[in-house]
Design a protein around this ligand. Structure first.
Ligand code: B3K
Ligand code: ZN
Length: 859
């Protein structure tokens, strides 16, 4: 497949100021007439050929200025039309079969309704069009369909007219006044009901808000509506951004490739990010709904009003919008906990990407299939990069920078460079060297040394950006580090400072400490780097107890555990070191369990042990079996060492009544954290308590937490609870997803057998991405299942990829990176993983999506 390079960008030869779309809707056949006003782009190359992209569609008729023409040509999937003048009307007819569209890109059917997904290149599966984000048009849409089958007809913008047709049909016309690229087009037709509310913007515009769901689901939409209203208000206050239409529609669909889509005025959502009530959604689900509703809403400015010039600029909208949704969620709840969660996601999902065969800069240089670049790097590292600019500028100057960015580029298709320039000009920063964060892949490795001599303390920092595919040599990047130095005796520091390391190595000196101070570094995770700093357990215990930066406190706890476990799996722990390491962790843990100053949400965070993938990341070559065993052994030790404290914590939390406030949510969080460790230390006690928690549960948080613990136990209570759960929630797809997922993630000795049985269960289907992910993403992230010594887990994922690829290539490609990690895994497993990739590569009919990921993973 051809490789597309960022350097080859050329402006479009033709522009399309206006589009008229006429749909005759049917689940098996939808007929589309598209009328484009076409004008020559003065900035284009002057060609007379109009290239309209297509994908698995055929032109039924082509008309230029009203007359049918026959001299059009096909170039692969694209339609080429010769134009003689400067401006023409070009009309193309196509027909598509939504029911047969299992890729869920373009126009497809989901539960009898019709909906669209166009980002990045789905519009070309509906009609022929210059399907690139720098062609902006105003859209008028007319759709006609059976009134009983499709009582609700929605598209972008405002509804301008409706009417009844003959033989039970009706129609609606929609007009979106804001020019947009084709990837933001959307249409929905189906039997839907709305939760309706209104919002009045800061400028006094009254906006109608609707959250559309299938009849019966409307009682689970209030949290989404509250989140939407909070988002609209927050964006006015935090970024000065006001909504710009009289209507905002959200539609929930069950078959969806990702989380949600920010189509102008008509966001389409995966049901899992809309529907929530205490009986069926966990507290984490509530947070995810709030975050995704915010994310898509914020795209209205960062993405829609200012869009991307080309897909290499994806992080322009995604990195910035992730930062905005993170800031929003931080303001809505606990900022400290939110930061810890975001860093955990970055470390689990993005660090491995950055150190593997698929590593790419946040602004990639080339791609074969753009769908493969909706990654944790573009999204989450992209957000971290912009967050660093904010840290260096401070909040007010950063805001001046974003104001300038929106003012300068409103209505345009912009580049990452435009964003950096606007922040540079508006915030008054010199970002010359900082731009390397956009062009270099790889997580910078920072080595820290702290020397104390007399009254002078010297901090020496050394950075190295690792080589990544296609980038053997790297330059040093500016690394902004928030630091504090603690006096050991007073337990206080004299103020936080920002140091920026912009060379390979740099030294910073500090005076006034009689004894060597304790360094708190990268506070708030001010830079997305990996830190190598060998420190005494004593210092980490000190910070875990004293640090006034909550992230740094969490980091100290993690550091204690990471140092211990990594030493353990590397065979570097003799009996004495093991005893000392455990004692330090046990003491820190006991302090966390008891500390009356801690709120329970934060306590719950501090009790989460580092993930196995993150531990593997610390090793050049990892043995997943050894990591799992060492981590489980520590859990068991902690569970019995702190057993009494954990049981008391579990009892206290179980007595807190239901509420949505931080205290009640915190209680639910520590309830399951405590239960997990109790079960590790004493499985029988764990099973007993888990079953009691399961039976008494008045929320999904408690019920799922208990069931998760039971699912990993070889106890009689396990089967009983799993059967009850399935029967209780039959018919509720999102909860049945949980049932699949928690069995796929279980650390159960027979988990592979369980997964095989679940794949044959009547509720399993390959055509629903949520269901596929529920079972198989759980399996692929479960070290016991995936890294099974005999290679059974690798074969299972390999087989899934081969089976899923013809159905839904985008979702299939998402499973390749776990196998692509083989170079960092011990040789026996590595060979099995590689063999599985080769088996996939041998399939001649692979999609472009899977082909690109597999080739790069083997390369
Ligand atoms: N912009 C969409 C992602 C579309 C992915 C298409 N493969 C969702 C989001 O980031 O808001
Ligand atoms: Zn986004």
């Amino acid at each position: 497949p051809p490789v597309i390079h960022r350097e080859d960008y050329l402006p479009p030869a033709w522009l399309i100021p206006q589009v008229l779309l006429d749909f005759r809707l049917g689940v098996d056949a939808t007929h589309v007439v598209s009328t484009l006003s076409v004008t020559r782009n003065p900035e284009g190359n002057g060609t007379s050929t109009l290239r309209l992209n297509g994908d698995q569609i055929a032109p039924l008729a082509v008309r230029v200025d009203g007359r049918e023409v026959n001299d059009w040509r096909l170039d692969g999937p694209d339609l080429l039309v010769e134009l003689t003048g400067e401006a023409h009307s070009v009309e193309v007819e196509t027909a598509v079969n939504p029911a047969a569209n299992s890729q869920l890109m373009g126009l497809y059917a989901s539960n009898g309704m019709l909906c669209t997904q166009c980002e990045a290149e789905g519009f070309r599966r509906i009609t022929f069009f210059p399907d690139r984000p720098d062609v902006l048009s105003t859209y008028s849409v007319k759709m006609r369909g059976d009134k009983a089958q499709f009582p609700v007809l929605l598209a972008n913008g405002n509804c301008t007219a409706t009417g009844e047709g003959e033989d039970g049909t009706h129609w609606a016309e929609w007009h979106d006044p804001w020019p947009k690229p084709s990837y933001l087009f959307a249409l929905v037709a189906g039997d839907l009901v709305a939760n309706h509310d209104t919002f009045t913007t800061m400028g006094g515009r009254k906006v109608d808000l609707n959250i559309w769901v299938r009849p019966g689901d409307e009682d689970r939409t209030q949290h989404a509506m509250d989140s939407l209203i909070n988002s609209m208000k927050w964006d006015e206050e935090a970024f000065g951004r006001e909504y710009d239409l009289d209507l905002f529609n959200i539609v929930a669909v069950s078959d969806f490739n990702m989380g949600a889509m920010e189509n102008k005025g008509l966001n389409v959502f995966n049901t899992r990010y809309v529907l929530a009530d205490p009986e069926t959604a966990t507290d984490a689900d509530y947070d995810a709904v709030e975050g995704v509703i915010g994310h898509e809403y914020f795209h209205n400015w960062s993405g829609n009003r200012v869009t991307c010039r080309d897909w290499f600029q994806l992080s322009l909208k995604e990195g910035f919008t992730v930062l905005r949704d993170q800031m929003f969620s931080a303001d809505m709840g606990s900022a400290a906990v939110k930061r810890i969660e975001d860093v955990r996601v970055l470390r689990i999902a993005q660090f491995p990407e950055d150190s593997g065969p698929l590593a790419h800069p946040i602004r990639p240089d080339s791609y074969q299939e753009i769908s493969n670049f909706y990654t944790a790097t573009v999204y989450n590292k992209g957000a971290e990069v912009i967050r660093m600019m904010r840290t260096m500028a401070g909040p007010e100057r950063f805001r001046a920078g974003t104001d300038l960015y929106f003012a300068r580029h409103d209505g345009e298709a912009a580049t990452c460079e435009d964003f950096v320039k606007a922040i540079e000009d508006g915030a008054g920063l010199d970002l010359t060297q900082f731009r390397l964060w956009y062009s270099q892949a790889g997580t910078p490795q920072l080595t820290v040394e702290l020397d104390h001599d007399g009254a002078r303390t010297t901090l020496t920092l050394t950075q190295a950006v690792p080589a990544t595919p296609g980038q053997p040599e790297k330059q040093p990047v500016p690394i902004p580090l928030r630091i504090a130095l603690y006096d050991r005796d007073t337990g206080a520091h004299s103020g936080e400072q920002l140091v920026v390391l912009d060379k390979d190595t740099g030294s910073f000196t500090f005076d006034g400490f009689a004894k060597p101070p304790v360094l708190s570094i990268n506070r708030g995770f001010s830079a997305p780097v990996a830190i190598d700093f060998a420190r005494a357990n004593e210092d980490l215990v000190f910070l875990a107890a004293h640090d006034d930066d909550p992230f740094a406190r969490y980091e100290a706890m993690q550091g204690l555990v990471v140092q211990y476990l990594v030493a353990g799996v590397s065979g570097r722990l003799d009996d004495a070191a093991r005893t000392e390491g455990r004692a330090a962790i046990g003491a820190a843990f006991a302090a966390v369990i008891d500390d009356p100053e801690l709120d329970d949400l934060m306590r719950g965070e501090l009790m989460i042990l580092p993930a196995e993938t993150y531990l593997a990341e610390q090793l050049l070559v990892a043995d997943p079996g050894a990591i799992h065993a060492e981590r489980e052994a520590l859990k068991a030790w902690l569970g019995s060492e702190c057993g009494e404290g954990l049981k008391a914590l579990h009892d206290r939390a179980a007595a807190v009544p239901y509420g949505r406030d931080a205290a009640a949510r915190g209680a639910r969080k520590i309830k399951t954290q405590a239960l997990t460790l109790i079960a590790a230390g004493d499985p029988a006690e764990g099973a007993r308590r888990a079953l009691a928690q399961y039976r008494a549960a008045d929320t999904m948080t408690d019920r799922q937490g208990a069931l998760m613990v039971l699912a990993s136990l070889d106890a009689p209570e396990r089967a009983e609870a799993l059967a009850d759960f399935h029967q209780r929630y039959t018919g509720n797809a999102l909860v049945i997803d949980k049932w699949f997922s928690l069995q796929g993630s279980a650390f159960h000795p027979e988990v592979l057998e369980h997964i095989k049985a679940l794949a044959g269960h009547g509720d399993f289907t390959m055509t629903n991405p949520n269901r596929v992910r529920a079972l198989y993403m759980a399996a692929a992230s479960n070290p016991v299942a995936f890294h099974d010594e005999g290679g059974e887990g690798y074969r299972m994922i390999g087989e899934l990829i081969r089976k899923l690829d013809p159905v839904n290539p985008q979702t299939a490609a998402r499973f390749v990176p776990v196998l692509g990690r083989w170079r960092r895994i011990e040789p026996v497993r590595a060979a099995l993983m590689r063999a599985e990739l080769e088996r996939i590569a041998a399939v001649p009919t692979l999609s472009r999506d899977v082909r690109e990921q597999v080739t790069k993973s083997l390369g």
